[in-house]
Design a protein around this ligand. Structure first.
Ligand code: NAD
Ligand code: UFG
Length: 343
């Protein structure tokens, strides 16, 4: 059975990727240090796809640990999701972010160099585009990251491009995710942010659950139809399926291939549209206050997803309603996230 090394597999996106791969008959070798996740997520993946995950608690900066894990054999490709992802934290602690994200990737590449694995899928982000000059955003749009986190993503894309240039036996796909939201349809896996959520959907869910008194809508004077900011929200299961498609594309690709592909729906949704869809689908009112813009926020950001369709044969299928229903299903079944179950 084909094995995929999944770094950061216990995280929000990684757990959905592993469950999706497992259900397709692939085995995952997960490496995670649980810096922002819980081993309970692995148990949930195992419940959905029994016998498909081999989990290792390790830091990707520990090259020898990675070498030992790879030496067990059978891994044919890598999906590299491990990383720190809080934009504000990256501004406060740029060295820690560089060390974890960029040096972590260098360590992973050093370990892989001693193995036969030459297929690499990287979790990049739409944040590399910064303030876009126009929408929809295609992969050829200029990049201008606005935070150390975004710079880390671009630096890693550069490392991978150089790697494949120097050694054309590599095949690389950088996936630039737009705004992943939602949860597994079963309600057993989902996003479990620690502390006060930074992102819109988890904040909406916690407000619906009564954990937060109200949602602050950041900015009502954007040049958009209702004045609130517009994003490309993508269901995390569509995103997970995008990784399966990327592995398929790598298997069929020529050696030396390096592709950078947006994963989004191509549809822009405003903050108020998302909140209203959530209320309608779940029958719950979300108390809200309209407040000032959040510093650094982009007005409008959505993908041109046509390359993903052409190159990966992948298109997002799930609707905004699916995202809102599945996010709330997870939140209502797991009001404390994974913590309670893990305790
Ligand atoms: P997450 O924090 O839930 O998952 C990341 C995982 O990586 C966590 O389980 C964490 O414990 C692990 N990790 C971090 N540093 C590690 C290290 N040094 N060694 C081993 N494990 C380590 O985040 P996520 O939302 O699942 O994001 C996954 C990837 O996708 C990240 O690289 C992130 O930057 C990228 N991404 C996320 C979004 C988003 O909005 N969620 C958008 C674009 C890109
Ligand atoms: N928002 C609110 N209230 C909240 C939280 C968010 O109104 O409580 C608004 C934001 O101001 C923004 C929109 O909802 O207009 C979406 O915000 P998110 O934080 O959910 O998403 P962002 O697009 O700001 O950020 C995401 C990822 C980042 C990544 C960035 C760019 O979380 O990691 O996309 O790709 F860098």
């Amino acid at each position: 059975m084909e094995k995929v090394l999944v770094t950061g597999g216990a995280g929000y996106i990684g757990s959905h990727v592993m469950a999706t791969l497992g259900r397709r008959g692939l085995r995952c070798v997960c490496v995670d240090n649980y810096a922002n996740s819980s081993p309970e997520a692995i148990r949930r993946v195992e419940a959905l796809a029994p016998g498909t995950v081999e989990a290792h608690e390790a830091d990707i900066r520990d090259t020898d640990a990675l070498r030992r894990i790879l030496a067990t054999g059978g891994v044919t490709s890598v999906i590299h999701l491990a990383g720190l992802k809080a934009v504000g934290e990256s501004v406060a602690e740029p060295e820690r972010y560089h060390d974890n994200n960029v040096r972590g990737t260098e360590s992973l590449l050093a370990a892989l160099a001693d193995s036969p694995v030459r297929r690499f899928v990287f979790s990049s982000s739409a944040t590399v585009y910064g303030h876009p000059q126009g929408v929809p955003i295609s992969e050829s749009a200029p990049t201008a990251p606005q935070s150390p986190y975004g710079e880390n993503k671009l630096e890693i894309e550069g490392l991978l491009a150089r790697l494949a240039k120097d050694d054309p036996s590599w095949r690389v796909i950088n996936l630039r995710y737009f705004n992943p939201v939602g949860a597994h349809e079963s309600g057993t896996m989902g996003e479990d942010p620690s502390g006060i959520p930074n992102n819109l959907m988890p904040f909406v869910c916690q407000t619906a659950a009564g954990r937060r008194p109200q949602l602050s809508v950041f900015g009502t004077d954007y040049p958009t139809p209702d004045g609130t900011a517009v994003r490309d929200y993508i269901h995390v299961m569509d995103l997970a399926e995008g990784h399966v498609a990327a592995l398929g594309a790598l298997a069929a690709a020529r050696d030396g291939t390096v592709m950078t592909v947006n994963l989004g729906t191509g549809r822009g949704i405003s903050v108020l549209e998302l909140v209203q869809a959530f209320e309608r689908v779940n029958g719950i009112a979300i108390p809200r206050v309209l407040t000032a813009r959040r510093p650094g926020d982009v007005a409008v950001c959505y993908a041109d997803p046509s390359l993903a369709r052409q190159a990966l044969g992948w298109t997002a299928r799930r609707t905004l309603e699916d995202m809102c229903r599945d996010a709330w299903h997870w939140q209502s079944l797991n009001p404390e996230g994974y913590r309670k179950a893990a305790a």
